[in-house]
Design a binder for this molecule. Structure first.
Ligand code: GRF
Length: 219
């Protein structure tokens, strides 16, 4: 990542109590569920305002509907290019007053339009201890590499793939007999803890980005 991709110096992260969230999903939506539960259970001062998927078959859409959260699909194939596609997403997010965009298993690289409209306001969860194992099948990559510890990371999104400043990480030991499935399941438990926590930090204005480092302000 170069500095021009990530102009995040000495700035507080925009926030507010009862932060409005826009969540982008492509599939199962278990992280979405963890966020919805944390919001509805009053554990974090935030609200899921809209769920958007690029895939009409994403189970996350049904999860949203069960909680009376607007669930919207924009399929990239219906747009002439990535910018036009992302502009539709931006319009929908703004319609619902989303203040923070959370990628939760969203299987597309975020482009310039989303980044421009939500500067320092897009975060992602990734199932490895970044910068190790970015991209697809991070748990498989960890097993193949033979690491003894892996985990998950919540980070700000920049123009790279899983490269933005790191907010919070959780380590998960790799067991000798782990398969991709068993390891993924243990990492997922941690994802469901740290993603709502990262959102809580932002909602409570606890984060300060200094270059690549994200610092937690004292209460
Ligand atoms: C999670 O492992 C997340 O870290 C990765 O994609 C997966 C999404 O799972 N980015 P879910 O859709 O939240 O259940």
């Amino acid at each position: 990542m170069t500095n021009d991709k990530c102009q995040m110096t000495n700035e507080s992260v925009p926030s507010g109590h009862n932060l409005n969230l826009g969540i982008l999903v492509s599939g199962r939506g278990s992280n979405l569920q963890a966020i919805i539960d944390a919001c509805e259970g009053g554990k974090i001062p935030a609200k899921v305002a809209v769920v958007i998927s690029n895939d009409p078959a994403a189970a996350g859409l049904e999860r949203a509907k069960k909680h009376n959260i607007p669930a919207v699909v924009f399929e990239p194939k219906n747009y002439k290019d990535k910018n036009t596609y992302e502009l539709e997403i931006v319009k929908e997010l703004k319609k619902h007053n989303a203040q923070l965009v959370c990628l939760a298993g969203y299987m597309r690289i975020v482009g310039a339009v989303l980044l421009e409209h939500f500067p320092r306001r897009i975060i992602n969860i990734h199932p490895s201890l970044l910068p190790s194992f970015p991209g697809l099948r991070a748990q498989r990559q960890a097993l193949d590499h033979g690491v003894t510890v892996t985990g998950c990371t919540v980070h700000f999104v920049d123009a790279g793939c899983d490269t933005g400043p790191i907010i919070i990480q959780s380590a998960v030991p790799v067991k000798e007999n782990d398969t991709e499935e068993t390891l993924s399941a243990r990492i997922l438990e941690q994802e469901h803890q740290i993603y709502p926590l990262a959102i809580e930090f932002i909602a409570k204005d606890r984060l300060k980005i200094e270059g690549r480092r994200v610092k937690l302000k004292k209460m």
